[in-house]
Ligand binder design. Structure first.
Ligand code: PGA
Length: 256
């Protein structure tokens, strides 16, 4: 049984003081949640404040939006996995489509980051997904398979259980256009089959696969009900603690 995981990807939003206020608002909205894993992924600058605050709540985990693959050195502007670990960060988004499209991240770099995260004890939230033109050309499976194979090329199957894969069709991110529950299920089942081909069925069955792309309270329940959908990576709708709380409730309802 895979525990569902809901992650709030704030992107470049909220200061550290806003982040503290958000966390207390979220906790008073949801009380204590044990059947869904909740991860808050703020900008780097809010991580120290949230590390202190989330330690008190226990059930809320902390993530980062990016990291560098080297341990240290002359990489101006970068942050290492060890620095994140030292702030009690547990998860790190790797290969988000905004990083791939706006910052030139290749499958090769994504692989280095995934490997470095695993070597340091961080759990990667490894993002994959096709663009609209790739889907229109019927190439979505080809793209997903390439991203998975390349991204995981050095990763030992024994480490797959540490991974979360996020299926984020690029055409659904921040556009208000969501994949239908059926489209999400099909893509997730395909991703699981590729993971099985890289390891075995038993290993692939343990990997959690999140859906991301315009998830909101109105559609969270239906998407979370799909067999191979094990959670969501939520951008826009996670910026308001009340709306994110509603997505958490939708996910809990899907477990019933
Ligand atoms: P969105 O973003 O929920 O605003 O579509 C999701 C993401 O980019 O992770």
């Amino acid at each position: 049984m895979r525990k569902k995981i809901l992650a709030a990807n704030w992107k470049m939003n909220l200061t550290h003081t806003e982040a503290e206020a958000y966390l207390s608002a979220l906790v008073s909205e949801i009380g204590e949640v044990n059947d869904v894993e909740i991860v808050i992924i703020p900008p780097f600058t809010a991580i120290p404040a949230l590390a202190l605050a989330s330690a008190k709540t226990q059930f809320i985990r902390l993530g980062a939006q990016n990291m560098h693959w080297e341990k240290s050195g002359a990489f101006t502007g970068e942050i290492s996995a060890g620095m994140l670990r030292a702030l009690y960060v547990k998860y790190v988004i790797i290969g988000h489509s905004e990083r791939r499209l706006l910052f030139g991240e290749t499958d090769e770099l994504v692989n280095r980051k995934i490997q470095a995260a695993l070597n340091t004890g961080l759990r990667p939230i490894f993002c994959v997904g096709e663009t609209l033109s790739e889907r229109d050309a019927g190439k979505e499976q080809e793209i997903l398979e390439r991203q998975l194979r390349e991204g995981l090329k050095t990763v030992s199957p024994k480490d797959f259980s540490e991974l979360v894969v996020a299926y984020e069709p690029v055409w659904a991110i921040g556009t208000g256009r969501t994949a239908t529950p059926l489209q999400a299920q099909e893509a997730h089942a395909f991703i699981r089959s590729v993971l099985a081909s890289l390891s075995d069925q038993g290993v692939a069955e343990r990997v959690r696969i999140q859906y991301g792309g315009s998830v909101k309270p109105e559609n969270a329940l239906e998407i979370m009900r799909q067999k191979d959908v094990d959670g969501a990576l939520i951008g826009g709708a996670s910026l308001d603690p009340r709306t994110f709380a509603q997505c958490i409730r939708g996910t809990e309802a899907a477990l019933e």
